[in-house]
Design a protein around this ligand. Sequence first.
Ligand SMILES: Cc1cc2nc3c(=O)[nH]c(=O)nc-3n(C[C@H](O)[C@H](O)[C@H](O)COP(=O)(O)O)c2cc1C
Ligand SMILES: CCCCC(=O)C(=O)O
Length: 358
Amino acid sequence: MRELRDKARSLLDPVIRDFYEGGADSETALAENERAFARLALLPRILAGAGQASTAVRLLGADLDTPVLVAPTAFHRLAHPDGEVATARAAAAAGTVLIASMAATTAVAEVTAAARDVRPDAQVWFQLYLQPEPEVTAELVRRAEAAGCTALVVTADSPVFGRHGRDERNGFHDLPPGYAAENMRDLPGTPPGGTRPIAMSPALSWADLRRLRELTRLPVVLKGVLHPADAARAADEGLAAVVVSNHGGRQLDAAPATVEALPAVVAAIAGRIPVLLDGGVRTGSDVVTALALGATAVAVGRPVLWGLAAEGEDGVARVLRTLREQTAHVLTLCGARDRADLAPDQVVARGIREVPAC
Ligand SMILES: Cc1cc2nc3c(=O)[nH]c(=O)nc-3n(C[C@H](O)[C@H](O)[C@H](O)COP(=O)(O)O)c2cc1C
Ligand SMILES: CCCCC(=O)C(=O)O
């Protein structure tokens, strides 16, 4: 992973590298996502007789080979000329879900076609920001459905754009000439062939999410959940899953590390719907830590961009394969056959522990 990251960093234009790597404000949330995992240790169970570990997981009715999904990230063609097509092919081959970003540089129909070309039952979910004009959101949903996406992921942690100091310093505000947010083309209100900018709105509420659900039969996943009360509400409202996420540290810089927010969300959901997590997942130990704390699966953002920038489709495939192999290895070392054998008491803070009364 480090090797791919370093290769990506050396190949990418520094302005694009900063866009991918950067976080909001002081980049505290960005750094804390990784640091919080480093502050945790796993207590293995021994002599459990668990046998060969399995990374397979069932999620929203689909069987996946790995609990590591591809988080939605913008503008893949800035990382590699094959862009989202390469990512989609690698995710499909890895037997995982690609959450395709609304801010993709490839239209969602082309993304799903690329994934299905590798594997007919490939799972592509479509991430969107609810747009202030309902007819724009409705058209995006219609396109995602027509493309064969199997779920919608609404990102709810972005009432405004995050403040990204690196992009401001670099003057990176728009896609370079020759690239476009292809899902935003030919929407209501755009001139023929033109695109419209992605809007973020602080006026959006649960009522807007309910209206979205009336438009579609697709399961709707809520991304950007950190408060347990919001998690409970998501389950009450009938959402299909939540993603504990602080947007990779790119929105509220004072947000907690996601792995630290996870236990309260898991408790609030109380097994009603799957809880996913993204932010700072870099190794199989991170994956197993999140699973032990109650996540059904995790997603990775920047590692996929490193793989893509370094080696295109092969690089993304390598990132996903490495994480799956490491996850299986760590499960085995923890005495677990799969996620169901893990328990939250296996995750402990580093440092000397109090001696428990046994
Ligand atoms: C360059 C970049 C672009 C992103 N674009 C989107 C996006 O379009 N939609 C979205 O919901 N999240 C977006 N995210 C957030 C990711 O989905 C995810 O929450 C985050 O990257 C996870 O953290 P990690 O990068 O540490 O794995 C983006 C993140 C990065 C780094
Ligand atoms: C309008 C593009 C939004 C991309 C995004 O969510 C991010 O860069 O974090």
